[in-house]
Design a protein around this ligand. Structure first.
Ligand code: HGY
Ligand code: MN
Ligand code: MN
Ligand code: MN
Length: 409
């Protein structure tokens, strides 16, 4: 394919969007539906219009730019990802796939490429799930895995209601999610892990994605005096939480699987230095590419919580926040990714995604696959997240070639 994307513009736009949502300390915080994301959405929509695409916003706020070309009745090719971020984020996670998808469409359109079908680039609402759960919410609703009304009713950890925030920022669209079923979905993303860099490989053809289990655990004990209460007389919710955190780490390491476990949030009550915590609330994120092993980790945790309650006299409550089974992507599209990479003289390998992605949801309704480019030091969800411009452009040109092949079918 002689056509190439506008690499300079892609890098410039990533940097421009990456500045939207900086706090006073320079941390990037463009979490779902906050004012910064509203601004980022506006910028993306302006770029879609600049490219002459038809902009459609659905009821959960997913934004789509549609190149209405080819057979209007043919199922479209869909590209996309997300532009919401975690807290203190990098600038590439999600945004790279959205902006590279736009560059691919723009390049094909400018070269009067004759596509057999429409081509769409989407930015899905609330992929990160750090304000509202579950994560990958917009693509889950689009794929029919969660009703719009249930999603709109989601209450954030800040007490806001998703539907009201969506209306407040002006992105409560009228189009029904799932208004179109893609012919195929391809998502370009930074790897967010160490594999490609460690192996010296330039492109990842992602063939599967691990299952995710998110739950919130609340442990209730008894507040008491930090100085007068003998250790044997304590009903210490903080100690119990600490033992659970150690348990989940030891379990996945003992199980020797590719599973991972993370406790990313924790809060004590009353959270003062000289009071034994009466309550500990924290989240557990378990993941494994093998559903049976993920289930086993969940069961082992549930069993441990029961034993801990009996032993320490604490009360334990759990609340499921998200649960997605592992996904296998489309082998044929993976093959096209490998073929396109090799034609660009890029080294390529098949691999598993450790992170969740919108492709995990869209794979429910059509063939889907992902393309990864390396992450420096394997770092992501961190301002040190970085991928070299030439790697970003190379990945986007691989996406372009894959789309060009699919668009001739
Ligand atoms: O958690 C995840 O893997 C995704 O980025 N939300
Ligand atoms: Mn992402
Ligand atoms: Mn992410
Ligand atoms: Mn993700």
């Amino acid at each position: 394919m002689t056509i190439g994307i506008d690499g300079n513009r892609l890098i410039a736009r990533l940097r421009e969007l990456g500045e939207i949502g900086r706090d006073a300390d320079g941390r990037l915080i463009r979490v779902a539906l906050n004012d910064a994301e509203k601004q980022g959405r506006g910028l993306f929509v302006s770029w879609l219009k600049q490219a002459g695409l038809d902009v459609v916003i659905d009821r959960i706020g997913n934004i789509f730019g549609i190149w209405r070309t080819g057979d209007p009745d043919a199922a479209p090719i869909m590209l996309g990802s997300h532009i919401d971020t975690v807290v203190n984020a990098g600038i590439y996670d999600g945004c790279y796939g959205v902006l590279a998808g736009l560059e691919v469409i723009d390049a094909l359109k400018c070269h009067a490429f004759e596509s057999s079908r429409p081509i769409i680039v989407g930015a899905f609402t609330n992929e990160e799930g750090v304000r509202y759960v579950p994560d990958m919410m917009g693509s889950l609703v689009f794929a029919g895995g969660l009703s719009v009304d249930a999603a709109l009713a989601a209450v954030g950890h800040d007490g806001t209601v998703l539907g009201r925030e969506l209306a407040r920022i002006g992105y409560a669209g009228e189009t029904e999610p799932g208004f179109v079923t893609p012919h195929v979905y391809v998502e370009l993303h930074i790897e967010q892990g160490p594999v490609l860099e460690r192996d010296g490989i330039q492109i990842g053809a992602v063939e599967n994605l691990q299952g995710i289990s998110w739950q919130r655990i609340t442990i209730d004990g008894t507040a008491n005096h930090a100085g007068t209460t003998p250790m044997a007389m304590r009903c210490d919710a903080g100690q119990a939480a600490a033992r659970v955190i150690t348990f989940v780490k030891d379990h996945v390491e003992r199980a020797g699987t590719s599973g991972v476990a993370t406790v990313g949030t924790i809060a004590f009550h009353p959270n003062v230095i000289n009071v034994i915590p009466s309550r500990a609330t924290f989240t557990v994120d378990l993941r494994d590419p093998d559903e049976a092993k993920l289930k086993a980790a969940e069961a082992a945790l549930a069993d441990y919580l029961g034993r801990l309650a009996a032993e320490m006299g604490v009360r334990v409550a759990t609340e499921r926040l998200a649960r997605f089974e592992p996904v296998v992507f489309d082998a044929r599209v993976c093959g096209l990714i490998e073929q396109a990479a090799r034609e660009h003289q890029l080294s390529v390998r098949r691999m598993t995604s450790g992170a969740g992605h919108d492709a995990q949801m869209i794979a429910r309704i059509c063939p889907a696959a992902m393309i990864f480019v390396p992450s420096r030091d394997g770092i992501s969800h961190n301002p040190r997240e970085h991928t070299e411009p030439d790697q970003l452009v190379a990945g986007a040109n691989v996406l372009l070639d894959v789309v060009a092949r699919l668009a001739r079918e």
